[in-house]
Write a protein that binds this ligand. Structure first.
Ligand SMILES: *Cc1c(COP(=O)(O)O)cnc(C)c1O
Length: 468
């Protein structure tokens, strides 16, 4: 065995102990680290001839790179929709690495049964019925891909075509209808051979990101009259204003017009955890397929998400890995036949850990607290003449901009750069009905009510400072 490898192997306890020290230090200082840092533009390395071993590499990482890691896992990072990692999920993720199972669903370990159990717990958390089977994938983008791929298979069958087997040729172009599609839905259409141009944006309600049901109905009538296949994507939490489509109305329409309904509930699905917010996701169980991320509001480490569907057999037709395609595989745990990946990380373990550790009450508290904090920041923005709130705060997300006369793409970028440089908090830019805007998403279990005043003063001081 290579000398350094053997040496590391023999000193693993000592090596992990120093990783533990670093980890505990990082976690305990996360709240005071810069939320987003400004890293050097480029770095370079060459492959060493002789390795230096794990301890020296750890030292190297500490000195060269550790300071440039963002505080994305911490309480003041509000960019994109970003969760942290609960203590129990860290335990689960650590063990996932240590046990290094290939969660293909083979029966050489109990891993696949734990995945089924974790999916069952999540189904309970989100109030989904047992008709929905679920699997873990790497993120909501992949979950949207799987949901639409399964829907595509469904509509093919209705036209006598097995798309997984014989492809799309012979079918008219498939239209995908959505009010405010997440960018990943375009990506899914590109990967599926449906094409980005076949994603049609349906009108939304006035000043809302929620789809206008009457416009959707009109388009469904047209497509059904002309015999064109389509899929509908409903939103349960848009990324800008966290708006929700009327999922019951969408399910009614899709039932009437015999169209597949996929719901992107990447983070908004967590409304189901809180009685006061549950009505936002009413009807979600009626969807044919559903996307929910785990690395956002479940607060497990990257990368992890779930896709649920009522049509597992169709999902299996698409993702079947063996050549014996026609032999039905009734094994519910044969994940290799259900997901884009063949070899898979054991993503269910961190999810299982955190669900067992904190339960329904724990997640209700996190979601409620995050929403309350968003509401309070929204109120501060509303009452300030330096900012403009662009949509009501429904959940954990805020979309706002600088006071009217100053809001341009460059003024927003410059402001966000000053915010990032200040390090107190981190937010990301967007556009809301053509207005250059800023998003703030409260999705981390660590963020508390005490953070509001700190965050607010960080937002204000970046207005006035001209340090860049
Ligand atoms: C984050 C997000 C996605 C994409 O999720 P990834 O986990 O980054 O792949 C899709 N839809 C919505 C609504 C999201 O918030």
């Amino acid at each position: 065995m290579y000398e350094r490898l053997l040496d590391d192997h023999q000193r693993i306890q000592q090596i992990l102990a120093s990783v533990l020290d670093d980890s505990v230090h990082f976690l305990s200082t996360l709240g005071s680290r810069p939320a987003g840092c400004v890293p050097p533009a480029t770095i370079a390395e060459t492959l060493p001839q002789a390795g230096i071993g794990a301890t020296a590499t750890l030292d190297l990482f500490r000195s060269k790179y550790a300071d440039w890691m963002s505080g994305a896992a911490g309480p003041h990072y509000f960019g994109l929709v970003t969760g942290g990692a609960t203590p129990a999920s860290i335990v689960g993720d650590w063990l996932t690495t240590i046990y290094d199972q290939n969660a293909t669903g083979s029966n050489d370990s109990i891993a696949s049964q734990i995945e089924l159990v974790a999916i069952g717990l999540l189904r309970e958390l989100f109030g989904l019925s047992e008709a929905h089977a679920g699997v873990f994938v790497s993120g909501a983008t992949m979950a949207n891909f799987v949901g639409l791929a399964t829907g595509r298979q469904w509509l093919g069958h209705r036209r006598g075509v097995d798309i997984a087997q014989s492809g799309l040729s012979g079918l008219p172009p498939i239209r995908v209808l959505c009010g405010t599609p997440h960018s990943s839905v375009y990506k899914a259409c590109a990967m599926l051979g449906i094409g980005r141009d076949c994603l049609e944006r349906i009108a939304t309600l006035p000043n809302r990101e929620a789809v206008d049901v009457a416009s959707l109905r009109k388009r469904l009538v047209e497509l059904s009259d002309s015999g064109q296949p389509c899929l509908v994507v409903g939103n349960a939490g848009t990324v800008n204003s966290v708006d929700y489509d009327d999922l019951n109305a969408l399910a009614d329409l899709c039932h009437k017009f015999e169209v597949w309904l996929h719901v992107d509930a990447a983070f908004g699905g967590f409304a189901a955890c809180v009685p006061e917010k549950q009505s936002l996701v009413a009807g979600i169980d009626r969807a044919d397929s559903i996307t929910i991320d785990a690395h956002k509001w479940l607060n497990v480490p990257y990368d992890s998400a779930m896709v649920f569907t009522r049509h597992l057999q169709l999902q299996r037709e698409v993702f079947q890995n063996s050549a014996a395609y026609l032999e039905a595989d009734p094994t519910p745990t044969n994940f290799v036949n259900l997901t884009p990946e063949n070899s898979r990380r054991f993503r269910a373990l961190p999810a299982w850990f955190t669900l067992m550790a904190y339960g329904r009450e724990g997640y209700r508290e996190v979601v409620m607290r995050n929403c309350k904090i968003a509401e309070e920041i929204g109120e501060l923005l509303q009452s300030s003449d330096r900012f403009q709130l662009l949509a009501p705060v429904r959940m954990n997300g805020i979309v706002f901009t600088l006071a009217v006369d100053t809001a341009t793409h460059s003024s927003v970028q410059e402001y966000l750069h000053r915010v990032q440089f200040g390090g107190v908090l981190y937010m990301t830019p967007t556009e809301y009905f053509a207005v250059p805007a800023i998003r703030l998403s409260v999705t981390n279990w660590r963020t508390t009510q005490q953070d509001v005043s700190k965050v607010w003063s960080g937002m204000l001081s970046a207005l006035d400072s001209d340090s860049t």
